[in-house]
Design a protein around this ligand. Structure first.
Ligand code: UD1
Length: 363
């Protein structure tokens, strides 16, 4: 059986790497990876293949950046051709980026059975491009692979046939558990001159937080102020970097907030694992901090991953200076007690379960 998995942007690589590894252990499965090239920088893409021990993609579409319409359209055109060349029996799309919906659309229309990994997550916020990608992808694919109970509930509410919905766990956590021993050895914080357990790790890249210069200025203000209590390290996403530079805000950041290039997977895991606190607006980092038991302040009003709040270490905080500043101090003062439970099936074996399902479908 030939299975083709699609990767496009940074958060896809860690979801597909364990599927590739699990497929490699099965004699009757050939697995190929198509990279759409939505993310293309060495730091946003190449580093992840190395760190995750992932083979080079069989095909690289090189679509690059652009407006949503342009990027999605280029993926559609390129992927149609890639599918015709590879002729897989099954296509896997993961996550919620533009490449996810674009490739799902092409594959389903080509009559190829298609599964969505990380299906059913909903923030309820249609202003997020990712929410539209999730809804549209789940509406058309054949098989829905789910990471947490909220996904099962959302898909049931939306009327999906229960026979198509599979609670398998989280392939992102498969990658995390795989790379953790390496991350522990890496000691990235020490390399940066930070004391383990005594710094904050920051990431910001959501359009709602960084494209609006006034909002980004407010966030930079909070970081600069809070960094008088503990130093911060901030790997800067290219989207955020470009706004910081264009607006002159980069010069306003306190010196105790250390800006670095986007970190590779193992480096980032190492930084997360020894942080006192993580401040982010990312999707996946909410899950990774929950699995690691590290407190995470998510500067957003909604989350598509509520299990990280009910079971893990995630605190959703209004992205206003007052609320964020208060939350940072409350967490550091130990005033917030997190449940710190590992969510069900986040056990490092989600990819194996996905492949078992796919093999059953083909019987
Ligand atoms: C995309 C995903 C988002 C995910 C994020 C992780 C969509 C709609 N969004 O957002 O869900 O959380 O990736 O990073 O698919 N850029 C570079 N080099 C790169 C990649 C991007 O310089 O390798 C620049 C682009 O030129 C663009 C900006 O970063 O100006 C944003 O990239 P884009 O892929 O459009 O969206 P992200 O914000 O990264």
């Amino acid at each position: 059986m030939k299975i083709l998995s699609v990767v496009g942007a940074r958060p896809n690589f860690m979801k597909v790497a364990p599927i590739d590894r699990a497929a490699g252990a099965l004699a009757n499965v050939e697995h190929v990876i198509v990279h759409t090239g939505q993310h293309y920088d060495a730091s946003m893409s190449d580093a992840f293949f190395r760190d995750l021990n992932m083979p080079q993609p069989s095909t690289f579409l090189g679509v690059g950046s652009g407006s949503h319409g342009e990027q999605t359209a280029k993926v559609i055109v390129g992927f149609e051709q890639a599918l015709a060349e590879h002729r897989p029996d099954y296509v896997i799309v993961v996550g919620d980026v533009n490449s996810t919906i674009a490739c799902a659309l092409v594959s389903v229309k080509a009559g190829i059975r298609t599964g969505h990994v990380e299906s059913g997550l909903r923030s309820g916020d249609r202003a997020m491009p990712e929410e539209i990608n999730r809804l549209a992808t789940d509406a058309i694919v054949d098989d829905l692979f789910v990471t947490e109970q909220s996904g099962m509930d959302n898909l049931e509410r939306e009327g999906h046939d229960p026979a198509t919905v599979h609670f398998v766990g989280n392939t992102m956590i498969d990658s995390l558990l795989y790379a953790l021993p390496l991350a522990r050895q890496r000691q990235k914080a020490r390399q940066l001159g930070l004391e383990e357990g005594a710094y904050a790790l920051v990431t910001l890249h959501r359009p709602s937080n960084v494209d609006d210069v006034d909002q980004l200025r407010r966030l930079i203000g909070v970081l600069s102020e809070a960094s008088s209590r503990l130093p911060m390290v901030f790997p800067v996403h290219p989207r955020t970097r470009s706004v910081l530079e264009r607006s002159g805000l980069a010069a306003m950041i306190a010196p105790s907030v250390v800006l670095i290039e986007p970190a590779g997977y193992v480096d980032f895991l190492s930084l997360m694992q020894t942080a006192a606190i993580v401040l982010t607006d990312s999707g996946g980092i909410q899950e990774e901090t929950t699995a690691l038991g590290i407190p995470c302040i998510t500067a957003r009003t909604t989350t598509e991953r509520p299990i990280t709040v009910t079971h893990g270490t995630n605190l959703l905080v209004d992205p206003t200076p007052k609320a964020l500043y208060r939350a940072i101090h409350d967490v550091l003062d130990g005033a917030i007690v997190f449940p710190r439970q590992m969510p069900p099936l986040w056990d490092g074996r989600a990819s194996e379960r996905i492949l078992q399902h796919i093999l059953t479908f083909s019987k």
